[in-house]
Ligand binder design. Structure first.
Ligand SMILES: C[S@@+](CC[C@H](N)C(=O)[O-])C[C@H]1O[C@@H](n2cnc3c(N)ncnc32)[C@H](O)[C@@H]1O
Length: 356
């Protein structure tokens, strides 16, 4: 079962509703700055290439790209060309990305005349940049997305909540294959001495993927829509969130033999629990509706388009708009009824390409 991945909702929706991800990535920023100080630089006059893998509409790339550029500028001065390449799936909203880069006062393109933006619309599960061209890589909240849906999940939307052993095994196999494929292709694109910083969803050392309340409320909301006949049972059955949380040992697995894989080695790997900013705000204002609405908006921007693609007519099904709207409303209501701090297990790591 191989279904093409579906990007985020588009039209700036991800840019408006990705606060959770921005907060989750911030602990990886010091790793990126350190990597920028340590990487081997290409010989002049070749540009220094920063690749941003899985950029979506770009808002959450502004801070890391500025931080990386600032650290590199300390080494190379203001004149050296730095090329920033944002990558995502072909259907991603690159218009929103370039509009943001042109208009946002924090955009590196407005602040640094020698920093140049471009984009690639191809899956990062293949080689998408020339061999030996990337100096510094960044990928946040992206490699948890699998290259395909390896199996249906009969009892849930996210495999981590499922008790179906066949589905769990199929997802685990795909997760291993995709992680290796991601590394192989980055290993080709990076030049000797380059570094790649990855922040992604994970499972903690007890195997917990987190988001318990959110995922259960989402599935219950979907079942409500089946009950109301907005969604057919067979459509709901096909709906899956093709993301995976890997455990520390699963990130390490390709490197198990001698510490190297695809020319890369893991310089740093840490699994940690991200701060739930939505919960912190709820603790301050006790506004349960706002708590529900914010997590529902997060889900709408990041996973509802993937679910809507399984309606009979795909994302252009006449019910798609209503489906997304009703999922958001239903989820917000359920979450508001019993707010709870979300566990957000994340992994941050630095991979280095060996100086061959
Ligand atoms: C949750 S967003 C993360 C955006 C941003 N990096 C951040 O930290 O907020 C995940 C992005 O990864 C992209 N993505 C998923 N699978 C991908 C693939 N195979 N190749 C490239 N991008 C992919 C999605 O389209 C989406 O835009």
């Amino acid at each position: 079962m191989a279904v093409a991945p579906v990007p985020m909702e588009g039209h700036g929706s991800y840019n408006r509703s990705s606060r959770v991800q921005a907060a989750g990535s911030s602990p990886a920023l010091p790793l990126l700055e350190h990597a920028a100080r340590m990487v081997t630089l290409p010989m002049t006059p070749a540009p220094i290439v920063i690749a941003d893998y899985g950029a979506s509409e770009g808002r959450n790339s502004l801070v890391p790209m500025r931080a990386a550029i600032a650290a590199l500028r300390e080494r190379v001065g203001a004149e050296r060309a730095i090329s920033v390449i944002h990558t995502d799936l072909p259907d991603s909203d690159f218009t929103a990305l370039f509009q943001l880069l042109a208009s946002n006062p924090d955009s590196y393109t407005r602040l640094d005349p020698a920093a140049f933006a471009s984009a690639v619309g191809r899956s990062f599960y293949q080689q998408i940049l020339p061999s030996n061209s990337v100096t510094l890589g960044w990928s946040s909240w992206a490699v948890q997305w699998l290259s395909c849906v390896p199996a249906t999940i009969p009892d849930q939307l996210q495999v981590a909540c499922s008790s179906d052993s066949a589905a769990r095994a199929a997802f685990a196999r795909q997760a291993d294959e995709d992680w290796r494929s991601f590394l192989v292709h980055r290993g080709r694109e990076m030049h000797a001495g380059a570094r790649l910083v990855v922040l992604t969803m994970a499972r903690d050392d007890a195997g917990d993927f987190g988001y318990r309340l959110l995922l259960q409320a989402m599935y219950a909301t979907l079942l409500d829509l089946v009950e109301e006949r907005l969604v057919r049972a067979e459509e709901a059955h096909r709906m899956v969130i093709p993301t995976i949380g890997r455990m520390r040992a699963e990130f390490d697995a390709p490197f198990a033999h001698d510490g190297h894989f695809a020319g890369l080695l893991i310089e740093h790997l840490d699994v940690f629990n991200g701060e739930d900013q939505v919960w912190l705000e709820f603790e301050r204002n006790r506004d349960a509706d706002a708590f529900g609405a914010q997590w529902a908006a997060f889900s709408r921007a990041s996973v509802f388009p993937t679910l809507a693609a399984e309606l009979e007519g795909g994302r252009s099904d006449p019910r798609a708009g209503t489906f997304v709207q009703r999922m958001e409303e239903g989820l917000a209501k359920r979450l508001a009824a019993a707010p709870e701090r979300m566990q957000i297990p994340l992994a941050k790591m630095v991979l280095t390409k060996g100086e061959s």
